[in-house]
Design a protein around this ligand. Structure first.
Ligand code: NAD
Length: 242
């Protein structure tokens, strides 16, 4: 069975109504990135960072998978598929993809400030997703993770969003490169290939395999020798077509 590796970025979830930040003047949901996505912000402005990610969780609860996520999940009917995503949302999981590597972390998890290996799923997240999908009020569930984020773990250590901030290393990068190197077909969707080291993942693929690229804009591919098929469309349109 051929193996497809799908590498996704914020553009895949843009069609679910989650803003990319490169397409909105470097602002993410009206925040400056350096105020909410850096280790310094977490150290000196913890409450703003915590509040920012709680808002992103609340927003994510209200969002639904789009045909791009669904198309990727449906590839598993005929191929071995691995998804590598820069997104911190859980829309690939909700669409049914089963093998997902998150390069930049996950909104639905927290981790210890002291030990990055200690990662905790937010209690009640899955139930909240289901309940809201069935029409329950989002606000009823917003307090669940508010309490979780302010708690300490069983070692007495403060928790933080399980998200890779700018300036931090990407723990899953080597594993993702190994996965990319095993692809027979490589699909890239909704990423500017401008956020390193994630963008360098494309240099791990075998040189003879086809690359399919779905994006509204053409990223710089000048350093890739592979044959590239570019579909210049929205993810929700281009991926089902592919
Ligand atoms: P990015 O640099 O990968 O750029 C977004 C890309 O998506 C661009 O190439 C743009 O042309 C493309 N795009 C926009 N709308 C599209 C659509 N409807 N269909 C197809 N392509 C579309 O990503 P970024 O926004 O600069 O974010 C950088 C990092 O910030 C991410 O890697 C992630 O860690 C985090 N982030 C995550 C989310 C999320 O989890 N959904 C959203 C925003 C930012």
């Amino acid at each position: 069975m051929k193996k497809i590796v799908v590498f996704t970025g914020a553009g895949v979830s843009a069609d679910s109504g989650i803003a990319t930040f490169r397409d909105s003047d470097g602002l993410w949901a009206n925040y400056r990135i350096e105020d909410v996505c850096t280790p310094e912000a977490l150290e000196f402005n913890r409450s703003t960072v915590i509040e920012f990610y709680n808002k992103r969780r609340r927003e994510l609860l209200e969002k639904r998978v789009n045909p791009a996520h669904t198309a990727i999940a449906s590839l598993e009917r005929a191929y071995e598929v691995e998804v590598i995503t820069q997104n911190i949302d859980d829309l690939h999981e909700r669409a049914g993809s089963t093998r997902i590597t998150h390069l930049h972390g996950e909104l639905s998890k927290l981790r210890s400030m002291r030990d990055a290996e200690r990662i905790y799923p937010i209690a009640g997240w899955g139930e909240a997703v289901k309940a809201v999908e069935q029409g329950e009020d989002v606000d009823r569930y917003a307090s669940v993770w508010q309490e979780a984020v302010e708690a300490k773990d069983e070692h007495g250590d403060l928790l933080r969003p399980h998200v890779v901030f700018f300036g931090e290393s990407v723990p899953n990068y080597d594993a993702a490169c190994r996965i990319a190197s095993t692809a027979d077909i490589f699909i890239v969707c909704g990423t500017s290939l401008a956020v390193y080291p994630a963008a360098a993942l494309v240099f791990s693929i075998r040189k003879d395999i086809p690359v399919y690229l779905v994006d509204l804009a053409r990223p710089d591919l000048s350093r890739i020798d592979n044959p590239v098929h570019f579909i210049q469309k929205r993810a929700a349109e281009g991926l089902p077509e592919l």
